[in-house]
Design a protein around this ligand. Structure first.
Ligand SMILES: NCc1[nH]cc(CCC(=O)O)c1CC(=O)O
Length: 309
């Protein structure tokens, strides 16, 4: 009997594309392995109001995790960015692999082809993320941030319908849905600090399912694992929630050195706390913790708690 791995995922075009990537990688690594796709709709996909009303980012992972734990699937593929940072992984599950990190930057998509610094005052920029809004307000106070929800394809459809003048979306997400050609401007990380976990796909299994864990672990990318560990520990130590004004990214250099840069914002973007730490002899977890402590020392708690869950 061939080994079968059933992969559970959100059913958005981006999520399905992610799963096809995982299937191809598993197939290359383990010829003869059979994979099946189990799509589910999450509360985050159904609910188009403010995400905070659903109690956080778990909105995109809860139903997927439940299917995994109930044994309806063997592997869950998550955007690390969407995995809640303020609580541990669901008990009984483990991340068996992180895929090599994709582009971590955000992009502007504007039908007019105008960059942020060319958009007229009052132009409507569709984004709901506190992190993006804070940084946009700080740099481009004359632009209007207008809330938007729904998956990336539906956001692009709203843009095309004229509801917005521009959107901010992750470069990696646009690449995954085959829409990278729509990018007007890529925002470098020092003008739009990315979210924790940007561009990383996490492959989550039941911890006791050693056959799947072993097969999936072969796909792990060690440098991405180190970056993810540092970023996630920082987010956990800051007790960031779905709507926290936290940004940051770790970078594992080719020579193995690991650094973590992070920022915490006030909602209007006027206050910015910044930290940049090198691991030295610290583990990735310890680097994440040290960076969080530095931000807390600067007053991060107050800025994070200012925004209700
Ligand atoms: N918020 C939804 C979401 N979750 C992960 C990505 C993009 C890809 C990634 O960073 O893994 C996106 C789309 C976006 O923010 O534009």
């Amino acid at each position: 009997m061939p080994q079968v791995i059933r992969i559970v995922t959100r059913s958005s075009p981006m999520a399905l594309a992610q799963v096809e990537r995982v299937r191809a990688l598993l197939g290359e690594r383990h010829p003869g392995l059979v994979t099946e796709v189990v799509p589910v709709t999450t509360s985050g996909d159904r609910w188009l109001g403010a995400l905070s009303a659903l109690g956080g980012k778990g909105a995109f992972t809860k139903e997927v995790d439940a299917a995994l734990l109930a044994g309806g699937a063997d592997l869950a593929v998550h955007c690390l960015k969407d995995m809640p940072g303020d609580r541990p992984l669901p008990e009984g599950t483990t991340v068996a692999a992180y895929l090599p990190r994709d582009d971590i930057r955000d992009a502007v998509v504007s039908p007019s082809g105008l960059r942020l610094d060319q958009l007229p005052a009052g132009a409507r920029v569709g984004t709901s993320a506190v992190r993006r809004v804070a940084q946009l307000r700080a740099e481009y106070p004359e632009l209007e941030c207008v809330p938007i929800r729904g998956n990336a394809n539906s956001r692009l459809a709203k843009l095309d319908a004229g509801e917005y003048d521009a959107l901010l979306l992750a470069v990696s997400g646009l690449e995954r849905i085959g829409q990278a050609q729509r990018i007007t401007q890529v925002l470098e990380v020092d003008e739009m600090c990315p979210p924790i976990g940007a561009g990383i796909l996490a492959l989550q299994c039941r911890a006791d399912d050693t056959a799947t864990v072993d097969a999936v672990a072969a796909l792990n990318h060690a440098p991405t694992w180190r970056e993810a560990a540092a970023e996630r520990m920082m987010l956990h130590a800051l007790q960031g929630h779905c709507n926290s004004p936290i940004a940051g990214y770790a970078r594992a250099e080719e020579d193995g050195r690991l650094s973590l840069r992070a920022r915490v914002f006030s909602p209007d973007g006027k206050r910015v706390l910044a930290a940049h730490e090198w691991a030295g002899a610290l583990s990735p977890d310890e680097l994440g913790m040290a960076t969080a402590l530095e931000l807390l020392r600067q007053g991060a708690r107050e800025l994070i708690d200012e925004i209700p869950h």
